[in-house]
Design a protein around this ligand. Sequence first.
Ligand SMILES: *Cc1c(COP(=O)(O)O)cnc(C)c1O
Length: 225
Amino acid sequence: MTERETDIKKNIERIRSEIPAGVELVAVSKFHPAEAIMQAYEAGQRCFGESRVQELLEKKTILPADIKWHFIGHLQTNKVRQLVGLPSMIESVDSPRLLELIHKESEKKGIVTDLLLQVHVAKEETKFGFYPEELKTWLTTGEYMKFNSVRICGLMGMASNTPDMEVVRHDFRKIREIYDWIKSNVDISHFKHLSMGMSGDWPIAVEEGADIVRIGSAIFGDRQY
Ligand SMILES: *Cc1c(COP(=O)(O)O)cnc(C)c1O
C-alpha cells in the first residue's frame, strides 16, 4: 500500500471511532479520485459527498453500487434533470424554485427525492442558502406541501470560516434553533436531520445537535482544485 492509502484508511477509522453513534459520516470526496474513495470504501465507509453533478455522475458509474451519495454543492437549475436520481440525498436545496424543479423532475422519473434545505447563517463564506426568516416565512405558507415527489428531511448549514470557535458554535446554535422552530411550528413528516460540521469544526457541530457531519480534508487530505 502507498502511504496515501494507509493515511485514508487510518483517518477514516479514527474519525469513525470519534463520531458518536447515531451521527452519520458523509465522507466528502469531491476533487479526489475514485481510487481514494475505494480506500475509504475498503475501510467500511459507504456514504460519500460530492459537489459537482458531472463528477458525481462519473464516479457513481465506476464505483460500487452500494455507495450512498450525498450531493452537497450549489445546484444550478439547468443541472437538476441530470442530477435527480443519482444521489440518495440532495443536501443543498437553497430556494423554493429549486425545490419545485427537483419535485417536477422526480415526478417525471417516478421517484421520490430526499433532500435537506440549506440555511445561510455564516458571515460571508457562501452566498447560498435560505435566510432564516425567509425560510420560516416560506414554510409557513405551506406551499412545500404541493411538492409531493420530494421529502424535506431536515436542514444543512455551515458555520463561518473562522478560527474563533465561539463564532462557529454560535452559528451552529443558530441553525439548530431554526431546526427546532420548524420542528415545532411546521408539519413536515420526514423532517429529522441536521447536517452540520466539516473537518475543522465537526465536534462542535455534534455538540450542537448535528446528526450528519460532512468531512473531507481530514479524511482525504487537501484538495487540488
Ligand atoms: C467541501 C465541503 C465540505 C467538506 O469540507 P472539509 O473542510 O474538507 O471537511 C463539507 N460541506 C460542504 C457543503 C462542502 O462543500
